[in-house]
Design a protein around this ligand. Structure first.
Ligand code: FES
Ligand code: FES
Length: 158
């Protein structure tokens, strides 16, 4: 077992994990943060996307020990401490960017990072930005709308 320290959603967490524990399993099983979903478990679907030092990563492809000493944001950490939804969360709710919700945590993390890097993406940039996340329900139309709406909300809030 390895003792590691992760800062998850601003909280320092110490956890003992086997060397081969995936970050996705560590978040879900060791820390109880089941908002991070696991779909394919081999890097294809994007459901397990979290932010590692602000960058989106597929947590099923990262060993927990590899994240030792780093900052992680999961879907549980996107809203403000008082529960106010983030602009991306608000936009997905407004534009019906989800149906069953299984893919949603991954999309929310991916889009949060995308809009931090590019606050006013073009249609093509949005499509490219979400191309690594799979959704089996929505047909993507409302997800794309949600990304543009989130960009608008962020611009209004500035
Ligand atoms: S569960 Fe990680 S990419 Fe599908
Ligand atoms: S909303 Fe069901 S998989 Fe995307």
């Amino acid at each position: 077992m390895h003792e590691i320290t992760l800062t998850v959603n601003g909280v320092v967490q110490q956890v003992a994990v086997p060397g081969r524990r995936l970050l996705s399993d560590c978040l879900r099983h060791d820390l109880g943060l089941t908002g991070t979903h696991v779909g394919c478990e081999h890097g294809v679907c994007g459901c397990c996307t979290v932010l590692l030092d602000g960058e989106p990563v597929r947590s099923c492809l990262v060993f927990a020990v590899g994240a030792d000493g780093h900052e992680i944001t999961t879907v549980e950490g996107l809203a403000a401490p008082d529960g106010t939804l983030s602009p991306v969360q608000r936009a997905f709710a407004e534009c019906h960017g989800l149906q069953c919700g299984f893919c949603t945590p991954g999309f929310l993390c991916t889009v949060t990072a995308l809009l931090r890097q590019n606050p006013a993406p073009t249609e093509e940039e949005v499509l490219e930005g979400v191309s690594g996340n799979l959704c089996r329900c929505t047909g993507y139309q409302n997800i794309v709308k949600s990304v543009h709406r989130a960009a608008e909300i962020m611009a209004e809030d500035r």
